[in-house]
Design a protein around this ligand. Structure first.
Ligand code: COA
Length: 146
């Protein structure tokens, strides 16, 4: 598995992953707009056959970064793809003097919460009714560069 920059030709496969991974999937247009954003870190994980098996999108302002999206193809999970994407984002932050990464995660999303904890994120608070479809509390998490 390789981590590389997300590129325009990844969009169709990413839109399919969105449908399979999220209740509020991003469209191809949404992905294309996101790809054009400045101050963004958009990373792809590619398997040995050149297939997109996951990706991550984050944006930053000054020394603060927000993790907007991370997902792994359901057929590729528990193989370290999510952890490798986060590790690459953390390296990107260190290289760009970005000190904090913030994110929100559904309270019931045990897989993601465990992934973030394992990658050094701490839970800093909760925000009731943050999500809809379905309504749910968000857990706020933060990573701080050393
Ligand atoms: C969350 C997600 C990205 C994890 O991706 P992944 O590639 O399977 O993660 P990894 O294989 O790198 O797992 C790293 C660690 O996360 C935790 N983890 C991952 N999946 C887990 C699960 N189903 N149950 C419990 N812990 C889990 C474990 O601690 C794991 O380490 P281990 O395998 O050594 O025990 C993936 O489940 C996903 O795409 N979910 C749907 C989209 C989503 O919820 N995104 C986050 C929105 S905030």
């Amino acid at each position: 598995m390789t981590i590389r920059h997300f590129i325009e030709t990844d969009i169709p496969a990413a839109a399919e992953l969105e449908q399979r991974c999220f209740s509020d999937p991003w469209s191809q247009k949404g992905l294309r707009d996101t790809l054009r954003e400045e101050r963004a870190c958009f990373l792809a994980a590619e398997d040995e056959n050149g297939r997109l098996c996951g990706y991550l999108n984050a944006t930053w302002v000054l020394d603060e970064c927000s993790l907007n999206r991370i997902c792994t193809d359901p057929g590729c999970r528990r193989n370290g793809v999510g952890a490798a994407l986060l590790d690459a984002l953390q390296n990107f932050c260190r290289e760009h003097q970005i000190v904090f990464i913030f994110l929100e995660v559904r309270e019931s999303n045990t897989a993601a919460r465990n992934l973030y904890r394992k990658s050094g994120f701490l839970e800093t608070g909760k925000r009731p009714h943050f999500y809809d479809n379905p309504d749910e509390t968000a857990v706020l998490m933060q990573w701080t560069a050393e």
